[in-house]
Design a protein around this ligand. Structure first.
Ligand code: NVA
Length: 371
């Protein structure tokens, strides 16, 4: 049955089939949260964000919202249905019996929290204390989909306790240095321990029957095992990108564009033994183009590699951030039609075009690309 804008249906099996219905985040009330173990390990040592916390400046929130609204409007003009989250009050401290944090994070980016696999949307455990309640921003939409789509499966992974036992104290030092971080990444020694299952949804890429999951700061091996048991009809693969000193979220590292083609960050190459599944099935893994910028924008957690954090609209069409001219040029050479989207001033809110969205519906069914 083909998609109809009048009827709600949740279904998405991969990152590239024609996108019909999507959630776009909001910058409303986003905060820079106070220090906490998992977050500190991720903030680059030379970042302007070290030691700062509080509500983000209103003018930056307004500007990010303007860009996100424009992006949503452009998608709607192309015929997509776009939903938006309802921001909770992120200034409220988050307290559980196990931890306390003075503020929360925001309702950006949805891709970190929501994992759509087929007819299911799964709320990730998350691994930062300040993001423990983030799913609440999306609950009005989840309730709506539940009411309107009889096949929709709304799932939530077990909430983690996030005590100090979840974090390796070695990562809490102010200065570790990239050389040590790279050595640890090579050894698969990350800030999160194996105390309990932890994963962020943005560590998962969907290739039909196969789910590819990055083991790093935000997703541990128990989180991957939890996903394996939760999706028994899928094959779940663990991947690592040893060239990344801050390995969180796979979508500025490994970007599938269409069946048979993946962009890989040239500084974070997939190791040889992990390439076999792709290359053995005639998938090409090509180095992505260089970012157009030498530094991220102010107060931004992410790297300049948000250049490759693109949103595929269908196997021939891709949204690329407007200033990322080298990435756009490469897409053109790879035979993709490029839709330019201005988003750089919203990067600080948690990421690029893939991050700031979550799939609700894509055409296509669950295929086996790696038989
Ligand atoms: N690890 C990533 C996160 C991007 C979504 C980075 O390069 O900053």
């Amino acid at each position: 049955m083909s998609w109809s804008a009048d009827k709600t249906e949740v279904k998405s099996w991969n990152e590239w089939d024609t996108l019909r219905h999507v959630i776009v985040g909001r910058a409303d009330d986003c905060h820079i949260p106070p220090e906490e173990p998992a977050l500190d390990a991720k903030v680059p040592e030379d970042s302007d964000m070290r030691g700062q916390w509080g509500r983000r400046p209103q003018e930056t929130i307004d500007r990010a919202n303007e860009l996100l609204d424009n992006f949503a409007g452009m998608l709607e003009k192309r015929g997509l249905r776009v939903d938006r989250p309802t921001s909770i009050d992120h200034s409220v401290p988050a307290t559980t019996p196990d931890f306390h944090t003075e503020s929360q994070f925001g309702c950006m980016p949805p891709r970190d929290v929501l994992l759509t696999v087929g007819h299911e949307m799964l709320e990730a455990t998350m691994s930062y204390r300040c993001r423990w309640f983030e799913y609440l921003n999306y609950r009005p939409l989840m309730q709506q989909y539940f009411n309107e789509d009889p096949k929709f499966r709304h799932e939530s992974a077990p909430k983690p306790r996030l005590t100090d036992a979840d974090y390796h104290p070695d990562y809490l030092s102010e200065k570790i240095g990239d050389a040590k971080r790279l050595e640890w990444a090579e050894q698969k020694f990350f800030v999160t321990t194996e105390e309990e299952p932890l994963f962020d949804a943005a560590d998962v890429l969907r290739f039909g029957k196969d789910l590819v999951v990055q083991h790093g700061f935000t997703t541990n091996l128990k989180g991957i095992e939890w996903l394996r048991r939760h999706f028994p009809d899928h094959r779940v693969h663990t991947v690592n990108f040893p060239g990344d000193p801050y390995p969180i979220h796979i979508d500025a590292t490994f970007t599938p564009l269409r069946p048979g083609l993946i962009l890989n960050n040239p500084q974070r190459r997939l190791p040889e033994d992990q390439r076999k599944m792709f290359e053995g099935n005639d998938w090409e893994i090509v180095d992505s183009a260089q970012p157009a910028h030498n530094t991220p924008p102010p107060l931004c957690y992410s790297s300049t590699w948000l250049s490759m954090n693109v949103l595929v609209l269908d196997p021939k069409t891709v949204c690329v951030e407007k200033s990322e001219v080298y990435q756009a040029e490469q897409m053109d050479k790879l035979g993709m039609e490029v839709v330019e989207v201005e988003l750089r001033d919203a990067y600080a809110f948690g990421g690029g075009l893939h991050c700031c969205t979550a799939d609700v519906y894509r055409d296509g069914e669950c295929e086996d690309y790696f038989p």
